[in-house]
Ligand binder design. Structure first.
Ligand code: SAM
Ligand code: SF4
Length: 346
């Protein structure tokens, strides 16, 4: 393998299946101020210690390496990014070291306080998670009564002209009527509303997940939720053009809509052939796939005195051993406990 020099022209980061990696998702914490039932148990996940979490300086050092590998898009996620103190300090530092396309995924509970700062620092896009517009259902899903704050983030972000996407997990009790209401946010506003297939990353033992699945089947929450998302959206919005790929999502714009709607087949994993992203968890594990257990301990390298060139080379090597898709990775990484999406950095 050639020696890395981060000051030389970018050498694209490619995996062993010819996919170019352009996109990094960086989780800055596993802590959160919500308790979404599909993401973590009621008591939350056991948080990693502060010293085990990468410092902002360590994250910024890593971010400096990525442009030389052709990674020009970085998304900050968690846990909830604003649950970590001085999240804005990190965002500004990342812009200062040359991250051109910087984005953020948030639950919106505290975000409304920071929207002007996000706009001013040059954030390229904000993804807001919003699973329900009904106060009772929102509180049942998130185990917290914070819908008003999330809506404040939504409408203030729109007023400020921030590029906005809404992520909605299409849970088993999501009825057509509410799905339509959520989707219609994109009718009058220049936003994209995406429905996500629920995945198994709930932070619970697998036996408990199976039991919960059986209970949901028994109560038969919403029969229409058994329909694949592509077919369901086509049924609800019949006169739209076919959905087109946009990253890992499929999106379309129904007639009369200013924005777009779409879906992410996170559980079916029908998009792996065009996956261009890697992840770094809050403790500095590099992940090639949502479904792996981590492929490179970057914290050990950072704290063990590795040079930038050595770290970059180790990243290239890890990415050159990527599985073809998430189904294969899941088979390889059998486990008795599902990680929480907050720990993975969803
Ligand atoms: N706390 C922030 C938020 O909720 O936007 C960022 C982290 S959260 C883990 C990122 C995204 O993962 C959210 O849109 C959330 O809905 C989604 N997510 C979490 N657990 C999931 C699961 N089990 N299946 C599908 N999506 C999930
Ligand atoms: Fe927190 Fe986001 Fe997980 Fe909900 S999905 S518990 S907001 S990390």
């Amino acid at each position: 393998m050639p020696r890395e020099d981060i000051d030389s022209p970018p050498q694209p980061l490619c995996d062993n299946h010819g996919r170019r990696i352009r996109y990094l998702r960086l989780a800055i914490t596993d802590r959160c101020n919500l308790r979404c039932h599909y993401c973590m148990p009621e008591e939350g996940v056991t948080p990693v210690g502060r010293r085990d979490t990468l410092s902002y300086e360590e994250m910024t050092r890593l971010a400096r390496l990525f442009p030389s590998m052709g990674i020009d898009k970085v998304r900050i996620t968690g846990g909830e990014p604003f649950a970590r103190r001085d999240c804005l300090y990190l965002l500004r530092a990342l812009k200062a070291v040359g991250v051109a396309d910087l984005r953020l995924t948030t639950n919106g509970v505290e975000t409304w306080r920071h929207l002007e700062a996000l706009r001013d620092l040059g954030l390229s896009g904000l993804n807001l998670s919003l699973d329900s517009l009904e106060r009772g259902r929102f509180a049942a899903i998130t185990r917290r009564d914070h819908l008003d704050a999330v809506l404040k983030t939504l409408f203030n972000a729109l007023a400020l002209g921030l590029a906005l996407k809404i992520n909605t997990v299409a849970l088993a009790d999501l009825r057509d009527e509410e799905m339509r209401r959520l989707a219609e946010l994109a009718r009058d506003n220049p936003i994209t509303v995406r429905f996500i297939e629920p995945m198994s990353f709930s932070g619970l033992p697998i036996s408990v997940c199976q039991q919960a699945g059986r209970q949901a089947d028994a109560t038969g929450s919403a029969p229409e939720a058994n329909e694949p998302l592509a077919a369901r959206l086509a049924r609800l919005f019949p006169h739209a053009d076919a959905a087109r790929p946009s990253g890992v999502s499929m999106v379309f714009s129904p007639p009369g809509f200013v924005g777009k709607i779409g879906y992410i087949a996170g559980h079916s994993r029908s998009f792996c052939q065009r996956c261009d992203k890697i992840r770094i968890t809050a403790v500095g594990m590099l992940k090639n796939c949502l479904y792996d257990n981590g492929v490179l301990d970057l914290r050990r390298l950072l704290r063990g005195g590795a040079t930038d060139a050595e770290i970059a080379q180790a990243i290239r090597l890890a990415v050159s051993r990527r599985n073809i898709d998430g189904h294969r990775t899941e088979q390889d990484c059998a486990r008795s406990q599902q990680p929480s999406m907050a720990t993975i950095g969803g």
